[in-house]
Design a protein around this ligand. Structure first.
Ligand SMILES: Cc1ncc(COP(=O)(O)O)c(C=O)c1O
Length: 391
C-alpha cells in the first residue's frame, strides 16, 4: 500500500511523550520546508541531529529518555569539536594555511578531523593503537587521513599515554604541525554550545543529562551551556570499568570511546552529580536492545549511556525530562559489539544487567568490575576545584 494512503500509517505516535505534545507521524514525500536543503559542503551537515524517545526495555512505557543521535553527523559527535578546534586554531594563527594536523584518537575525532582537513585544507594524521577496529582505520584512510598505530602501551599511562608520546614525536619532526589536543583544548568543550541549544529547541527543557566521558569535552560543554539557562540541571557521567578518569585504577578496557587511562584536563569534575561505571557485557546488552527495539543504536558509549539513562528514567520522579547523548552509530562495531562470535569469545553474551547498579560511597572505595554508581565525584588529581564551576 502506498504509505500516504489512509490507514497505512497510524496518525499519531502511540501515546504522547511525557511533557511533550502528541506529534503526528511525518507524511512521507511531503516536504515540510520548501526551501532548497542541499548542503553545499559536507561540514554543513554537522549538527541539528535528531532526538529519539527510548523507553522499553530500559524503562516502562511512559518513562524513558530522549536520545540525541549524534551518529547522524557525517562522522559522529566529534565532527563538532574537530571543526571548531581547527577553525579556532586557524583564527588564532596557531595553525597556518595548509599546515599538517596531528592528533591522538580512538577514531571518532579522527573522522571529524578528516572532515575538518577537507573543509579547511589541511593534511591530517591520526595516531591510534591496535585496538582501533580495522574498519575504522580503513574509513579514516578512505577519507584522506594518515593513520599511525603505536605498537606498545606506555608502562604507566597505557595506550593513551603511548599515543600522546607518539604525537609529541611526530610534532617535533614536522615543521608547522599543529595538535588540537582534545584532552586539554577548551575549544573542544566550547564546540558543544550548539548541541545544548539544539536540545533546548527540541525538548524545551532538560532536567537530567546523561553523557559518556572520554576527554570530558561533551559532558563539560553541553552541561555548562544548559546550566546557563537551567541552573538546576543534574549531570550524570558514564565511564567504563578499568578507566582512571574518576579515580579508579587504570585497567584493561575493551570498550572504546568512553573512559581513559589518563586524567584529561577537560573533565569538569565539579559539574557531575554522580558517575556510573559500566562493563562491556552490560553495554553489549544495551546496544543490542536498542538496535532491536528502537532501530537506532551505536557503540560502547551509546550502550553504556542508554543503560544509565534508562535507570534514571526508572528512578527519578515521573515527568523528569532526561536527555542522553548517543555519540555515534553502530556501523563501526559490526565486528565487535554486534558480532556473536567476537562477543562469545570475550564472554559478553547472555548477561542481562541487574536492574540496579552497585553503589560505592567514594570513587576509589573498591575496584569496580560491573555496573556501579557513586554519588561523589571529585578530581583524583585535586586540580583547580573552581575550574569546572567557572566554565
Ligand atoms: C564514541 C565515543 N563516545 C564517547 C566519547 C567521549 O566523549 P568526550 O571525549 O567528549 O568525553 C568519545 C570520545 O572520543 C567517543 O569517540
Amino acid at each position: 500500500m502506498h504509505p500516504s494512503l489512509p490507514g497505512s500509517l497510524p496518525e499519531a505516535l502511540p501515546g504522547s511523550l511525557p511533557g511533550l505534545p502528541a506529534e503526528p507521524l511525518p507524511e512521507p514525500f511531503r516536504t515540510r520546508t520548501p526551501r532548497l536543503r542541499t548542503a553545499r559542503r559536507p561540514a554543513h551537515l554537522v549538527g541539528d541531529t535528531p532526538v529519539l524517545w527510548v523507553d522499553e526495555p530500559f524503562a516502562p512505557p511512559g518513562r524513558g529518555f530522549h536520545a540525541k543521535l549524534e551518529g547522524a553527523n557525517p562522522g559522529g559527535i566529534k565532527d563538532r569539536p574537530a571543526l571548531h578546534m581547527v577553525r579556532e586554531a586557524r583564527r588564532r594563527g596557531d595553525l597556518a594555511p595548509g599546515a599538517p594536523v596531528i592528533e591522538s584518537s580512538s577514531g571518532t575525532l579522527g573522522l571529524g578531523l578528516a572532515l575538518a582537513g577537507l573543509t579547511y585544507g589541511h593534511p591530517v594524521t591520526v595516531v591510534t593503537d591496535p585496538g582501533m577496529e580495522p574498519a575504522m582505520a580503513r574509513l579514516l584512510t578512505a577519507r584522506g587521513a594518515r593513520v599511525v598505530q603505536v605498537a606498545a602501551p606506555h608502562p604507566e599511562g597505557g595506550w593513551q599515554e603511548a599515543r600522546r608520546a607518539c604525537v609529541a614525536e611526530l610534532l617535533a619532526r614536522t615543521p608547522g604541525a599543529y595538535c588540537p589536543d582534545q584532552y586539554r583544548n577548551p575549544d573542544n568543550v566550547a564546540s558543544y554550545r550548539p548541541l545544548a541549544a539544539e536540545l533546548i529547541a527540541q525538548l524545551g527543557r532538560v532536567d537530567v543529562l546523561v553523557t559518556a566521558v572520554g576527554t570530558g569535552g561533551h559532558s563539560a560543554g553541553v552541561s555548562a551551556a544548559l546550566r546557563g539557562i537551567l541552573p538546576r540541571l543534574t549531570l550524570i557521567g558514564v565511564d567504563s570499568v578499568g578507566s582512571a578518569i574518576f579515580g579508579q585504577p587504570a585497567g584493561p578496557r575493551l570498550m572504546r570511546g568512553l573512559g581513559s587511562s589518563i586524567h584529561p584536563d577537560n573533565v569538569a569534575y565539579a559539574a557531575f552529580s554522580e558517575v556510573h561505571w559500566v562493563a562491556p557485557a552490560e553495554a553489549v546488552w544495551a546496544c543490542r536492545q536498542l538496535a532491536r527495539r528502537h532501530y537506532a543504536s551505536g557503540g560502547w558509549s551509546v550502550g553504556a549511556v542508554a543503560l544509565v539513562a534508562g535507570w534514571a528514567a526508572r528512578t527519578y520522579p515521573a515527568g523528569t525530562r532526561i536527555a542522553a547523548v548517543f555519540p555515534d552509530g553502530p556501523h563501526r562495531y559490526l565486528h565487535t559489539v554486534y558480532d556473536d562470535g567476537w562477543c562469545r569469545e570475550h564472554g559478553l553474551l547472555g548477561r542481562t544487567p541487574p536492574p540496579e547498579p552497585d553503589d560505592i560511597t567514594e570513587p576509589d572505595a573498591s575496584v569496580v568490575t560491573r555496573w556501579t554508581r557513586c554519588g561523589r565525584v571529585r578530581d583524583p588529581l585535586a586540580r583547580d576545584l573552581t575550574k569546572a564551576g567557572a566554565r
